[in-house]
Structures are given as C-alpha cells and as structure tokens.
Design a protein around this ligand. Structure first.
Ligand code: AMP
Length: 285
C-alpha cells in the first residue's frame, strides 16, 4: 500500500492506473478507522482494479463550535488496517494542499441539505459536497463507496452526482454495528463507559420503531412519539431530532407508505450521534 500526502503525487498514480485500464474504487473517510470504513474498503477491493481510500479531516464540514480540533487522528493505527482491507493507495492530504490560500470554489446541494443534520449543522453538507467533489476530481473513481449510517450524506452525494453528471457510480453500503447494536462511529471514542451504555438507546429505539412498523403501524407521528419517548427515558440523552421521512426527498411524512426512513440525532453528553433505519414495505402492505 502506498501512503500519499500530496495532490500532485496522487495525480501521477491515478493517471498511471487509468493508462493501465484499471477501474478505480474510492472510499472517502475522515480516518480513525473502524469496521464500518473497512467494510467499504473490502467491498471496493472486490469490485475494482485499484482501491483508493482518503483520510482527511475536512475543516470545511465542521461548524465553529464543533469537534474539528478534537476529532481523533492516528495514521499509524489506520494505515495497517486500511492495507489489510485491501487499500492500494491511502491518500492523506494536508489542509494547505486541499485548500491553498485563495481557495474559493464550493459545491452546494439545496433543499435536502436544509433538513435533519443540515438544520442543526449549517454549512456542514456544503463542506461535505465540496470536499467530495474535489476528491472525485482528483481520484476519478469509477465507483465510490458510502455508508448508510450517514443516510442524509449518502442522499446528498447521490444528488450532487446526478445533478452535475459526475461519471461515478455511488455504492451504498449497510451500517456496521457493534455486537450490542451501537452503530460504529469514530466519535464513539469520545464516550465514557456510562455514556457508551446510554448510547445504546439510539439503536434500541430504532428497533422498537421497526417492530411497530412491521406490526402494521402507519401513523408516522406515533412512531416519532414512541421513539422520542424511549430516548427521553435515558437521562444522558438529549434529542436533536427524530425524523420519520420518505427516505428520498427526506421530507417528513404523515402516513408511512412503501418506503420509510426513521433517522435520529441524539446528544449523549457532549457527543452527537446519528443512526437510522430504512425500510422498504412495498408488497408488505
Ligand atoms: P467518516 O470517516 O465518519 O466520514 O465516514 C467515512 C465513510 O464511512 C462514510 O461513507 C460513512 O458513511 C462510512 N461509515 C461510517 N460509519 C459506518 C458504519 N458504522 N457502517 C458503515 N459505514 C460507515
């Protein structure tokens, strides 16, 4: 595995791979890798001639009072994990190389970025789409792999690619969880043992919603209320949002139809965690 720190060096590797006719699979991350990231890399390994993973804690997608400075970073831990998952090129650029003095170009997807995490993190998705568009320009992937854990991010990237006719296939990958159900996240490293226990309320409330929907509940408000009530029982948890939306436009719904996403953002102490459940009920009544 090659570890690459500079844009110009990456360009050389990509143009060589293209000359050799290799397909390129790309996994963008902010590092501090866990099984969620590695599942994306393994999938990419199985489907492409060259696998590129980026590790870049992107300052543009963090708000002023967010955890940019504290976000965990450890390349010596990440590199062997990426290599074992089949990554060929680990691209770890510096901020000054990605956003040199005078940098002035941004990519913004409207509407679906105004709700859910976009509502509580203004500018977040603008930062995400800008860096992902830039990375797509550099890596020129045939396929790019994104986790369903960040369901809104995945929709926003799909929309950007569709609207800007970017020649890349977006491959959604399922959420990887700890044995007890907590969705893996680099931010789980912030949790104290007591908070780690409290964080289970996200998955628990989603499983409760899933059961209720499977049992025939179609009133979205009842689901919102059940989920919110369950989270409120956990003293360390503070709700940012509980959404029952259609999974595509991300608009809140009243009645649950063929497709539904239940999405949560919950603060556990100082740590903001997200999780979601997506169900396709077509044919199930
Ligand atoms: P991050 O490093 O948090 O920006 O995540 C990089 C990529 O890994 C994104 O596409 C995430 O959706 C994906 N990812 C993060 N956590 C998980 C998880 N638990 N399961 C699957 N994919 C994940």
């Amino acid at each position: 595995m090659q570890i690459v720190h500079y844009v110009e060096e990456l360009r050389g590797i990509i143009s060589e791979a293209k000359k050799q006719g290799k397909s390129i699979g790309f996994v963008p991350t902010m590092g501090y890798l866990h099984e969620g990231h590695l599942s994306l890399a393994r999938r990419a390994r199985g489907e492409n001639g060259l696998v590129v993973m980026s590790i870049f804690v992107n300052p543009l997608q963090f708000g002023v009072n967010e955890d940019y400075e504290d976000y965990p970073r450890d390349l010596s831990r990440d590199a062997p994990m990426a290599e074992a998952a089949g990554v060929d090129v680990l691209f770890c650029p510096g901020v000054a190389d990605m956003y040199p003095r005078g940098y002035a170009t941004f990519v913004e997807v409207e509407e679906i970025t105004a709700v859910l995490c976009g509502a509580s993190r203004p500018g977040h998705f603008r930062g995400v789409t800008t860096v992902v568009a830039k990375l797509f320009g550099l890596v020129q992937p045939d396929r790019a792999y994104f986790g369903q854990k960040d369901a809104q991010q995945l929709r926003v990237i799909e929309k950007m690619v569709e609207d800007l006719n970017m020649p890349v296939e977006i491959v959604p990958c399922p959420t990887v969880r700890e044995l007890d159900g907590l969705a893996m996240s680099s931010r789980n490293a912030y949790l104290s043992p007591r908070e780690r226990e409290a964080a289970l309320v996200l998955n628990r409330s989603l499983r409760r919603a899933e059961e209720a929907i499977r049992a025939g509940e179609r009133d979205a408000n009842r689901i919102r209320e059940q989920v919110a009530a369950m989270i409120r029982e956990e003293p360390l948890a503070e709700i940012d949002y509980v959404s029952v939306n259609d999974g595509v436009t991300l608009r809140e719904i009243e009645r649950i139809g063929d497709r539904v996403m239940v999405a949560l953002a919950v603060r556990i102490g100082m740590t903001r965690l997200i999780d979601n459940l997506q169900m396709n009920l077509g044919g199930e009544g």
